[in-house]
Write a protein that binds this ligand. Structure first.
Ligand code: ZN
Length: 316
């Protein structure tokens, strides 16, 4: 399945570089911390699933207990009738009143609708195809399945923090949405943050994640100037927490080791009026990255990293 779609031309592989930890330090202190811990504790390089200890850590974070954990509430049994008004509920619902839109990249059924997804839409700076099929691992696990799975995990984590969460689609439509509609859904929800979930389709040996930030564009219907700074903040926080939660390194083929890339050719970013980033969680065409992307426990870590980045952004 080709990855030559309009919203994601494969970024030309660059010469591999060592991660520039100094640059990471300047941009994302959290990422540096996580990365250094990873380095000094002898990270495995992520070849496959981590052994049991880290899997357990992923499934039972020491984070504030969620609503399903009554033992975490000291007010249990007193006369307060509404959990939402109790101090303990407030402390476990830090995202109360916040709206997060999650955009699972592509759609598992896009391949059945080539003419629809190939029709052009206006992204302000250009006209581009409505949507693409996305990539897949060599074993046939599709990017569209991956993005929905991570989106569901992320939705649960954010709801546990009290956020109102909306998905741009849930495999509940025959194709798409188109990239312009994906942006509109976030705008119309007046989302406090939007994240578009993807996995890349680059060459073997190209590894790691990167977060894509909107460039400043002002052309046609596109005007990202009001969201460039806030989106960068959101993206840096997601990158830092993604490193910490997954142990994955920033991309070794784009972003010069920072895990951050700015692009001006993505309709989903150009048309957004609310803070928004994309994340490419790894490279589906690299066998080591693919082993992670196909692992349930790794995807849970990925969702947790993204969630913690969003929480940090929304709490300021
Ligand atoms: Zn994609």
């Amino acid at each position: 399945m080709s990855y030559t779609g309009p919203d994601f031309e494969p970024t030309p592989p660059r010469r591999r570089r060592r991660p520039l930890t100094v640059a990471v330090a300047a941009l994302v202190p959290g990422a540096l911390l996580g990365w250094l811990v990873y380095e000094t504790t002898g990270g495995t390089g992520g070849s496959g699933e981590d052994p049991g200890a880290r899997r357990a850590a992923a499934s039972s974070p020491a984070a504030p207990s969620g609503p399903g954990s009554p033992s975490g509430s000291p007010d249990r049994g007193d006369e307060k009738p509404s959990p939402s008004s109790s101090p303990s509920a407030a402390s476990t619902s830090p995202l109360q009143g916040k709206v997060v839109v999650i955009d699972p990249g592509h759609n598992p059924a896009n391949f059945r609708h080539p003419s629809e997804i190939n029709s052009k839409v206006d992204i302000g700076t250009a006209r581009k195809e409505c949507d693409t099929t996305g990539t897949s691992t060599n074993g046939g696990y599709t990017e569209a399945e991956f993005t929905l799975d991570v989106a569901h995990r992320l939705r649960t984590l954010l709801q546990q923090q009290g956020a109102t969460v909306k998905l741009t689609h849930d495999a509940d439509r025959p194709f798409g949405p188109c990239i312009d509609e994906r942006a509109r859904i976030g705008n119309q929800a007046r989302a406090d943050a939007v994240v578009s979930i993807h996995a890349d389709g680059s060459g073997t040996g190209n590894r790691g994640f990167h977060v894509i930030l909107p460039a400043s564009v002002h052309q046609g219907a596109a005007d990202t100037r009001p969201i460039v700074a806030s989106s960068r903040d959101l993206g840096e926080r997601i990158a830092g927490n993604f490193v910490r939660a997954t142990g994955s390194a920033p991309s070794n083929y784009v972003g010069d080791g920072t895990g951050l890339v700015t692009r001006e050719d993505l309709g989903g970013l150009n048309l957004s009026t609310v803070p928004k980033v994309f994340i490419e969680c790894g490279n589906m065409r690299d066998s080591k990255d693919a082993a992670q992307l196909t692992s349930d426990s790794w995807r849970q870590k990925a969702a947790r990293g993204i969630s913690e980045g969003i929480v940090g952004f929304l709490r300021g």
